[in-house]
Design a protein around this ligand. Structure first.
Ligand SMILES: [Zn+2]
Length: 321
């Protein structure tokens, strides 16, 4: 089971009276969905909770904005075409920074949540702009978010409540997935949600999961410093730094980094469609990221995601009901 399957399951509960699928066995008509950004199975497995999680898979590329688009549309990445923070604009022959774009404007997603009784509890993050036509309640700290989540569960006025929590991902990017700051952030977040979910499990079926996990990063390749690459490439990469995407001719100078190169029909298979499909996918080694764009240089990454390692792809799914 992966996040695409889960998105279809949610859609079937909300829109189709559970007619199509029943793989999760959701019992209640009212559903809450808690998305803990960056909570991989590697972290979740050691956290004590009142229900045991099952192990499920993220989707490829294992990136928050891609997962959001899949959850909001119940479509595969290759169907909705949002394949990372850097997207290709074919009309203008350019590559756009989706993070910047979302900060300045909202993007219209073909979401099935419109005309449903749904509430989205969101901190101030770029992905909020994907919900411009939905009912969104902003929150300002973790405790404020918990309060708003609890209040929404208590009122029972929505059939679906979405609660997004970014703190584990933020800690893991900064310190790495196995640092004590990340571990204690994950434990605090999961146990608080466990407590609330246990209390409200009669009123709502509550799903708690993640968008992806993290892999430890110890090596950064900067393509702008690679003269061979800069000479050879026809068009810069898009996607993200652990799932680079190329159009046109493949730059062979990348082979020296030992990355996994995927091409042809396999690309379509992996992203599940052909919208904005790259000709080549480059997935760096387990401990590496490959950067190109200037704003990638502003951050120091100790943990990251986007690729296909177990640490990135394996996530927990808790069901309270
Ligand atoms: Zn992240």
């Amino acid at each position: 089971m992966n996040l695409y399957d889960i998105s279809r399951e949610i859609k079937s509960v909300l829109k189709e009276d559970k007619k199509d699928l029943d793989s999760l066995g959701i019992k209640n008509d009212k559903l809450a969905f808690v998305l803990v950004d960056g909570l991989g199975w590697n972290l979740a497995k050691d956290i004590r909770t009142s229900v045991n999680p099952i192990q499920v898979n993220s989707i490829f590329p294992s990136i928050t904005v891609t997962v959001f688009a899949t959850l909001l549309t119940a479509k595969k990445p290759g169907e909705h075409g949002i394949l990372g923070w850097r997207i290709i604009n074919k009309e203008n022959g350019s590559i756009e920074n989706l993070m910047q774009k979302l900060k300045n404007e909202s993007i219209e997603l073909d979401t099935y949540f419109q005309n449903t009784s749904s509430l989205f509890i969101m901190p101030d993050v770029a992905t909020k702009s994907m919900m411009s036509r939905l009912k969104v309640i902003p929150y300002f700290t973790f405790w404020d978010g918990l309060y708003k989540f609890k209040t929404a569960l208590e009122m029972q006025s929505n059939d679906f409540i979405f609660f997004y929590i970014p703190y584990v991902d933020a800690a893991s990017h900064l310190y790495g997935p196995y640092h004590e700051v990340t571990l204690s952030t994950a434990r605090d977040v999961v146990q608080k949600i466990d407590c609330i979910s246990t209390y409200f499990k009669e009123k709502y079926s509550i799903l708690v999961t993640a968008d992806h996990g993290h892999t430890q990063i110890s090596n950064i390749v900067d393509l702008k410093k690679d003269k061979d690459f800069m000479e050879e490439m026809d068009f810069p990469p898009y996607g993200d730094h652990r799932s680079l995407m190329f159009k046109g001719r493949f730059p062979k100078s990348l082979l020296k980094y030992g990355a996994n190169v995927i091409e042809g029909g396999k690309v379509e298979e992996m992203i599940g469609g052909s919208k904005n499909k790259p000709d080549y996918l480059v997935i760096p080694k387990d401990d590496s990221i490959i950067i190109y764009w200037d704003d990638d240089r502003k951050h120091e990454f100790r943990g990251s995601h986007g690729g296909l390692t177990q640490d990135e792809m394996k996530i927990p799914l808790y069901l309270y009901q």
